[in-house]
Design a protein around this ligand. Structure first.
Ligand code: GRF
Length: 213
């Protein structure tokens, strides 16, 4: 059987992180195969991009289902599709037990702040309003908390005096597109250890690390 790791991407909108992952695979920077792109909203730009890239894309609207019921259906669909990892990319829903149990420690998310600062919605606006001088993005494993699982990788983006929400978001997004595929490269290759909350890479971590002196 083909040993290439099989991933699914869940999204709710624009889909630029999904596209960055797909392009990293095309460019052979990431060894993976996308077996499904799923949107919880009926028609999204992300699904369209996925189809243009020749990826299997599906809308799976919630249609009033309870969270656990929806996540159980999603988990069976993902298993059927052969997914081994699930990448959340602008997926605007909390993930509940049936999905977490189907993919233990194998659901990954990207968030546009340096967690644990500014979880939840509008993280870039929260960062500007708080007045931090550095923000960025975080790739983390997903657990039942909101943006609270173990951190895989982070990239730092300075907040400039002239920044507004759109400009800061744009520069953070540039880093997201670089960081997510790099973090997946580490996770999918299994070159890491999880000790408590700490993920220790066996190779240098894909962070924008300031070199320790
Ligand atoms: C990104 O900023 C991501 O960090 C957050 O939602 C946004 C999704 O953007 N979770 P896109 O759909 O990947 O373009």
């Amino acid at each position: 059987m083909d040993p290439t790791p099989r991933i699914a991407v869940l999204l709710s909108g624009r889909g630029s992180n999904m596209e960055a992952i797909a392009r990293a695979i095309q460019a052979k920077r990431l060894n993976a195969r996308i077996v499904a792109v799923i949107s919880n909203r009926a028609e999204t730009a992300g699904l369209e991009i996925a189809r243009e890239l020749g990826l299997p894309a599906h809308a799976m609207p919630v249609r009033g289902r309870a969270r656990e019921e929806y996540d159980a259906a999603l988990a069976s669909f993902l298993r059927e599709a052969g997914a081994e990892w699930v990448c959340l990319a602008g997926y605007m829903r909390l993930v509940s037990r049936p999905l977490l149990e189907a993919f233990p420690r194998r659901i990954v998310n990207i968030h546009p702040s340096l967690l644990p600062a500014f979880p939840g919605l509008e993280a870039q606006r929260q960062a500007l309003e708080y007045g931090v001088r550095y923000s960025g993005c975080t790739v983390h494993l997903v657990d039942a908390t909101l943006d609270g699982g173990p951190i895989v990788a982070q990239a730092v983006v300075p907040v400039l005096d002239a920044d507004d929400e759109a400009e800061l978001s744009r520069r953070i997004l540039e880093q997201e597109h670089r960081l997510y595929p790099e973090a997946l490269t580490m996770l999918l290759s299994g070159d890491y250890e999880l000790q408590g909350r700490r993920i220790k890479g066996k190779k240098p971590k894909p962070d924008m690390a300031v070199k320790p002196s």
